[in-house]
Structure formats: C-alpha cells, structure tokens
Design a protein around this ligand. Structure first.
Ligand code: GRF
Length: 203
C-alpha cells in the first residue's frame, strides 16, 4: 500500500434513502485526495446501502447493542476516518463514540438551527413545524456533532424562502435541493483546508 499520497477517508452514516450520501459518492468517486471508505447504517433496508454498493463502497449494518458496546466505533476506527458524515442518520451517537472522533463528525439538518432541531425533529416533522410556525424562510445547517441532537457548533447555513402556498412536500424538496448543492462542497472544503502541505516535495 502506498504511503506517499494517502487519501482522506470519509465514513458516512445514513438511515434511509441516502440521496445526500449519493451526492457524496458522486463527488468523491474519482477524487485525487478524498475517498468514501464505508457507509454504515442502522437500517438494513436503507436504500443508502445499495447506493454505496453501486460505487463499490463497503457497507455495514448495526443495531443498538453493537453501537452501545463500542463495536461500531472499533469498526469505524479501522477505516481511519478523517471525517464522519451523518447524512440522514436518525440515532443519537453514544458519548464515547463522539469523544473518540473529536471535530470529525458532522451532520446535515434540514432547518436553520437552533430553530426546529432536537429529538424527533427529522424529515417531514421539521418542515411541518416550519409551516406551523409561519416562518418566511428556512434552510439547512451543517454542524459538528456532540452528544446532543442538533446542538454541535455550526459550520455552514444556507437559506431559502418559505412560499405562502408551500406544503410539507414542496418545502422538503426545496430544502433537500439545498442540501445536495452544498454538502459535498462543504465536506470537500473541510478535508482540503489543511491539505496544502505535501509531506515530501514533488519530484
Ligand atoms: C435530509 O433532509 C437530512 O437533512 C436529514 O435527513 C434527510 C436525509 O435525506 N438529516 P437523504 O436520506 O439523504 O435522502
């Protein structure tokens, strides 16, 4: 195995469809410095697993017991991740897991946190709450992950309007488009920000 140009490793966690995971798989499929090393899911039926397999990316399915016992942490550590991306991952990670990867776990959330975050605030629940509150704008938040739902330090937010005739579905589609536009870019920026100093000078 070569040591001179080791790629940065991303591990994705996803629970469902995985359309954000798909964007990451596309973005880094032939990237010179970054690769998707694995996709983990708590849901054996998650379409995200199929998406990863389509790209030849290893997948793993786990349950609460193995997550709590630290087995998932050990499996993830084996990939030496530079970044762990929660892309539609619905469980809270144990504190020990979070502490094992300081500043290396990020999440994408479909609202302008701290608004409309926390336990139970996922998927359509978020967008319905935005409509119920008669917000005039919503958006996305990419943030670091800590031991609490949706409370880690924000990295990036992008806004979009809430239209008067929006339904949950139209709003969800607008926000998801924003996620797809920005998540791969922010992930790439995070992984290349400190990557400009080669260890050995180019020949
Ligand atoms: C996205 O809205 C994301 O913000 C949230 O879960 C949804 C996942 O969608 N955390 P997908 O599985 O990536 O299609």
């Amino acid at each position: 195995m070569g040591t001179s140009s080791k790629k940065k490793n991303i591990v994705i966690f996803a629970s469902g469809s995985g359309s954000n995971a798909q964007r990451l798989l596309e973005q880094f499929a032939d990237h010179p410095r970054i690769q998707i090393s694995a996709l983990f899911s708590n849901n054996p039926d998650a379409f995200a697993l199929q998406r990863a397999q389509n790209y030849g990316v290893p997948t793993a399915v786990f349950d609460r017991a193995t997550l709590k016992a630290g087995e998932v942490q050990a499996q993830v550590e084996a990939y030496e991740p530079d970044l762990i991306v929660l892309a539609g991952f619905l469980w809270l990670l144990p504190a020990a897991f979070v502490q094992a990867f300081p500043n290396k776990i990020i999440n994408i959330h479909p609202s302008l946190l701290p608004k409309f975050g926390g336990k139970g605030m996922h998927g359509q629940h978020v967008h319905q709450a935005v409509l119920d509150a008669q917000e005039v704008e919503t958006g996305i938040t990419i943030h670091y992950v800590n031991e609490h739902y949706d409370e880690g330090a924000p990295i990036y937010q992008e806004r979009c309007p809430v239209q008067p005739d929006d339904t949950c579905e139209t709003l969800a589609a607008r926000v998801l488009t924003l996620e797809h536009q920005h998540l791969p870019r922010i992930v790439e920026e995070l992984l290349t920000a400190d990557a400009c100093q080669p260890e050995t000078p180019a020949a």
